[in-house]
Design a protein around this ligand. Structure first.
Ligand SMILES: Cc1cc2nc3c(=O)[nH]c(=O)nc-3n(C[C@H](O)[C@H](O)[C@H](O)COP(=O)(O)OP(=O)(O)OC[C@H]3O[C@@H](n4cnc5c(N)ncnc54)[C@H](O)[C@@H]3O)c2cc1C
Length: 459
């Protein structure tokens, strides 16, 4: 194979055009850098995009975009987007057990009156939660203690399934492998009991889903807003896979299946666990940790229904489903996602590492029909997606990546490099941290353009 040299000089090469790569490219280009984005697939957006199937607009998995009032995506949108996507409220998270559906108990009052699980279990879990304070005071590391160790053994199987559902969807793993610390925001708590009480307080008194939204027009509208906001100094090459990152102390060359590039800085947004294959002679301990990363696997079944079956505006956590399911009637948020009069519903399932694709699809579809039998005769479109929502489960015994790397001028972004929040918000947090680090190293003069914008707006 002949590898060509690209004669254009780029300040930054961004590897991967998922949401984290695109956000990083937008921020850096607006900070004055010339940026080349290399994406191995035909499509831009990674697992944050939308496409058409039989007249339905299908997202890559049902999405609730979180922390829209004060979170990292909002910060990046305010600073760098020329066009801000529109979000509609995501509504309530409802819990479905058996035939009953009730709102998720976000605060102490609703927890104590949450009738879907037995009262004794609710009290026992409250007690266990406050026991973590003793653990913290005793100097225990909450990252090493699992939820399983915290909760009493004698809780009912329904309560265990309820907790398991939460762990699978928030962390990507079971209660046995979920650390207590996962439910305390990583950056706001450095083991201080006072801050910890603050986190518990937040958990109990705030309406958790208040600042969440669904992007009008689907995930594509977020990607389109980024693309429209790109200045001229950004180039995107799709269908171009990075096969080697050549380094000494710093990155020297990025080599793809088509070309090779020189640049000052590389921002990598693919799987951190692929880095040991892309870079020769990584420090042993660093590579070993990356090799221990466990991906989160998901299946989504999209159903196009010829009438509206799910009337509730919000989504439903299906605790009885096997595998566990999250049901999101997307067209209730934005009717343009389905043909007129029809309903588009996404069912996301978290699934084990080694699974048989056809078998799990069949099992999941059967589970939907078992729980909601009247749905079957209204199905006119079925579409399956096997995707990786988080590139690293925050599992007790697994590895996890980081934004900083042992190589100067190589930074990583994406959901396997940052532990705050989840999904798109986690990806956005990783980009903010990348910018902070680059600024502290004198690599960019961050806030310069943001401040100029503010000054202009003030005039
Ligand atoms: C079913 C499902 C439900 C979800 N629900 C939510 C939700 O409710 N809320 C939420 O916030 N998030 C949700 N997410 C998660 C969210 O979509 C992802 O976490 C986020 O989009 C990941 O972005 P990323 O940039 O880190 O990774 P990716 O999207 O995986 O992007 C990485 C990109 O890098 C490219 N790449 C990799 N290696 C190379 C290489 N060597 N050369 C060139 N290109 C390369 C890939 O092709 C890809 O395009 C959900 C995801 C799924 C699947």
């Amino acid at each position: 194979m002949v590898i060509f040299m690209d004669n254009d000089n780029y300040d930054v090469v961004v590897i991967g055009a998922g949401i984290s790569g695109l956000l990083a490219a937008l921020a850096l280009s607006k900070e004055g850098k010339s940026v080349l984005i290399l994406e191995k697939e035909e499509n831009i957006g990674g697992v944050c995009r939308s496409y058409d199937v039989d007249g339905y607009k299908i997202d890559t998995g049902p999405h609730a975009i979180t922390r829209l009032e004060r979170g990292p995506l909002k910060e990046l949108m305010d600073r760098y987007f020329d066009v801000i996507p529109q979000f509609v409220p995501f509504g309530k998270y409802n819990v479905r057990i058996g035939d009953e559906v009730k709102p998720f108990p976000w605060n102490i009052n609703s927890w104590l009156t949450f009738g879907l699980i037995p009262k004794t279990d609710r009290l026992l879990i409250m007690k266990s939660l406050f026991n973590t304070l003793y653990l913290l005071n005793a100097g225990k590391n909450l990252s090493d203690i699992s939820i399983q160790e915290l909760i009493p053994e004698n809780i009912s199987s329904t309560t265990r399934r309820f907790l398991n559902w939460i762990c699978y969807f928030l962390v990507g793993t079971s209660i046995e492998n979920t650390a207590i610390s996962r439910f305390i925001d990583n950056k706001t708590n450095k083991g201080s009991p006072i801050k910890y009480i603050g986190s518990l307080y937040d958990l109990f008194v705030t309406e958790g889903a208040q600042d969440q939204g669904y992007p009008k027009g689907g995930l594509l509208s977020i990607i389109n807003s980024i693309l429209i906001s790109f200045p001229k100094n950004v180039k995107i090459n799709n269908n171009e896979e990075v096969v080697k990152i050549q380094c000494s102390e710093k990155v020297e060359k990025v080599i793809t299946n088509k070309c090779s590039y020189n640049c000052d800085t590389v921002v990598y947004s693919g799987f951190a666990s692929d880095l040991p294959h892309l870079i020769d002679d990584l420090p042993h301990e660093y590579a070993q940790n990356l090799n221990k990363i466990k991906k989160v696997n998901s299946l989504t079944i999209w159903l196009g229904l010829n009438k509206k079956i799910f009337e509730n505006y919000g989504s439903e956590m299906w605790i009885d489903s096997d595998p566990y399911a999250w049901m999101v009637p997307v067209s209730n948020f934005d009717s343009s996602m389905a043909p007129k009069g029809n309903q588009l519903v996404g069912f996301a399932f978290t699934i084990p590492e080694d699974y048989d694709t056809m078998e799990i699809r069949k099992k999941a579809l059967n589970s939907i029909i078992k729980i909601q039998p009247d749905i079957e005769k209204h199905i006119e479109m079925i579409h399956y997606q096997d995707l990786i929502p988080e590139k690293a489960a925050w599992d007790i015994n697994s590895g996890f990546g980081d934004v900083e790397t042992p190589i100067n001028n190589l930074y990583c972004v994406g959901t396997d490099t940052e532990k705050r929040s989840a999904g798109v918000s986690r990806a956005a947090y990783s980009v903010l941290r990348c910018l902070e680090i680059m600024e502290s190293e004198g690599n960019i003069n961050q806030f310069q353009i943001f401040n100029e914008k503010l000054e202009l707006a003030a005039k």
